[in-house]
Design a protein around this ligand. Structure first.
Ligand SMILES: Cc1cc2nc3c(=O)[nH]c(=O)nc-3n(C[C@H](O)[C@H](O)[C@H](O)COP(=O)(O)OP(=O)(O)OC[C@H]3O[C@@H](n4cnc5c(N)ncnc54)[C@H](O)[C@@H]3O)c2cc1C
Length: 293
């Protein structure tokens, strides 16, 4: 197995163009597990840890550009205020050791349906910045997942950054696991309210071959919420609306029975998480008085 180490982003792109079969390695918390378990030995590893351009994040207007080398620990510490849904999900990833090494880009590279980064990225409408020697490609997150552990990257492309809109409204993430920490999601759910354009964002994890949005649930809820009530101090959420939203979220999933849970349980848990996260988000929305009349 060859070990390739890039010192700059330009060098990384050239190495990937020359050796498209090389497996990029960032935190290594997925890659090293695969190697240790002997699940296929890559012909080459392309180490991105020495590429300084990937190590930071920046604010660009209403977006945060999270470099591929930014760890979960940094997301939690530095971006919790502006990307609350993503920070909540990051807090549930593995253990402190994993959060100190693991990255969002690695989560996207692995593209596991159970990855915790995916639901909040879907709910907020993130964009993946992929690059090769051929140029930059911006991939809307909902088009990034192409199958079980498959993504839309071309063989010569690398993830440079993930662009995430700053939260304009409440965001929540919820995850069901078989214990409280160090657990792969049985299923997970994220919600983001976008009051600026009266839109609702959702993301479902571990309940279909890929992470996905509950599109019908989003449209239904956006039409039912009384967005103007925020400023007036507002009303409680209509329980029938919440119940229908939960039903539509569960209906968007395509869960299976596996070692972590049964399909029927996943559907039930998704509905519960959808109703709960909506309740929390709506409560925050009314409290913040964010209604736009
Ligand atoms: C003990 C343990 C607990 C875990 N718990 C969780 C959990 O609770 N939730 C969760 O979601 N995950 C969990 N994971 C999985 C893992 O930590 C995450 O998926 C993490 O986000 C991977 O990031 P990384 O930087 O370590 O990626 P790596 O292992 O370095 O890479 C992962 C994949 O992404 C590709 N890749 C990396 N960087 C790039 C790039 N810049 N461009 C293109 N492809 C790239 C790699 O080739 C590889 O296919 C756990 C892992 C372990 C070992």
């Amino acid at each position: 197995m060859d070990f390739l180490r890039a010192r700059t982003w330009a060098e990384a792109l050239e190495l990937k163009a020359e050796r498209p079969e090389a497996t990029p390695i960032q935190g290594g918390t997925d890659v090293m597990v695969e190697i240790n378990l002997d699940r296929g030995r890559p012909a080459a590893l392309l180490d991105l840890n020495t590429v300084g351009e990937l190590a930071g994040w920046s604010r660009e207007g209403e977006w945060i550009r999270v470099g591929a080398g930014v760890t979960y620990a940094r997301l939690i510490d530095e971006l919790g205020e502006v990307l609350p849904g993503l920070a909540q999900a990051s807090r549930t990833v593995g253990s402190p050791q994993i959060r100190n090494r693991g990255t969002l880009a690695g989560n996207l590279g692995a593209a596991s349906p159970a990855g915790d980064g995916h639901p909040p990225l879907l709910a907020s409408g993130a964009v993946v910045e992929a690059e090769s020697v051929r140029g930059v490609r911006l991939i809307p997150i909902a088009r990034f997942y192409t199958g079980v552990k498959r993504n839309a990257l071309a063989p010569d492309e690398l993830i440079r950054a993930v662009r995430v809109p700053t939260a304009a409204g409440p965001q929540y993430f919820s995850k069901v696991g078989t214990r409280n920490a160090m657990v792969i999601a049985v299923c997970s759910f994220a919600i983001a309210l976008h009051p600026e354009n009266r839109r609702v964002g959702t993301g479902i994890g571990s309940a279909a071959p890929t992470p996905l949005r509950a599109v019908a649930a989003e449209a239904f809820l956006a039409g039912e919420l009384d967005w103007t009530l925020g400023r007036a101090g507002g009303s409680a959420l209509d329980p029938e609306v919440a119940a229908r939203f939960a039903e539509l979220v569960a209906g968007a999933a395509a869960p299976i029975d596996d070692v972590r849970g049964r399909a029927a349980y996943r559907s039930h848990a998704l509905a519960v998480m959808a109703r709960r996260t909506l309740g929390w988000a709506w409560h925050d929305y009314l409290r913040a008085g964010r209604g736009a009349r």
